[in-house]
Design a protein around this ligand. Structure first.
Ligand code: ZN
Length: 255
């Protein structure tokens, strides 16, 4: 697999739009304001549909039906795929082709058309999460950008901090120590093998350290300031064990 496939990269059509609008980008999406309305536009890969999202504070069923009818009537013009909504969030997908300039033009035209319709229907932008009309800001939720209000942003931040704290408190020093020791011992055995093959490999020291911290995490060691100390102690013990074993083996081989 190519590297480009593993990393979420902004498609060329969205690159064009981002360059002309100066919107924010996260992963394969961009977020920004057109006239008075916030939009998130994403495309998961070349030739994948371009999805335009807009959260509205006061989307009522009548306005939704009017919008739907108006835009489905222009299906051909926009190469419209779907016109859906999840509660207050509209999601409109355009089929993309290889002509990035034309794709970008269709997105621009759609946004102009949408903002004109929103204005006409008296629809205003709302927070993606709570649909509130307060001032919105572009933020990142996981891999996706979104426009949310300050209160929702603060709540997200709190939840995020809560998750980090949970990991810090839930980890266990003892299982971590066992994991680190096992990792260091595995590294030491590797060291013995390598030295018996006749290589001088200083990099093995790093391998031992890596395996020790890997073991610590694998065995759910508590992530805290004590972690490097425990890992370092395990590495020292692992290296000592390897040396003792080396001496013992040489004594057995050559008494
Ligand atoms: Zn909100």
């Amino acid at each position: 697999m190519q590297k480009g496939h593993l990393m979420a990269k902004l498609g060329r059509t969205l690159q064009l739009l981002q360059a002309s609008w100066n919107w924010k980008q996260h992963g394969t999406s961009i977020v920004g304001k057109q006239a008075d309305w916030w939009f998130v536009i994403g495309q998961s890969g070349a030739l994948q549909p371009i999805v335009v999202g807009a959260a509205l504070a006061n989307l009522d069923p009548v306005s939704l039906e009017q919008l739907k009818a108006a835009f489905l009537a222009k299906k051909k013009l926009y190469k419209l795929g779907r016109f859906d909504n999840k509660n207050h969030v509209l999601s409109i997908s355009l089929n993309a082709d290889l002509f990035t300039d034309k794709n970008a033009d269709r997105v621009r035209l759609l946004l102009e058309d949408l903002t004109a319709s929103f204005r006409q229907l008296g629809l205003v932008s709302g927070c993606l999460l709570c649909a509130g009309e307060q001032a919105l800001h572009a933020v990142r939720i996981g891999e996706n950008p979104a426009a949310v209000c300050d209160a929702c942003h603060a709540r997200l931040q709190e939840q995020f901090n809560g998750i980090i704290e949970k990991n810090e408190q839930q980890g266990n020093y003892l299982t971590g120590l066992i994991g680190a020791l096992l990792g260091a011992l595995t590294g030491s055995v590797l060291w013995l093998l390598v030295s018996y093959l006749g290589f001088y490999a200083s990099i093995v020291g790093f391998v031992i350290a890596f395996l020790a911290q890997y073991g610590y995490r694998l065995f759910k060691g508590r992530v805290s300031r004590a972690m490097p100390l425990i890992v370092a102690a395990s590495v020292v013990l692992g290296v000592l064990a390897a040396n003792v074993a080396e001496v013992a083996i040489s004594l057995v081989q050559d008494p």
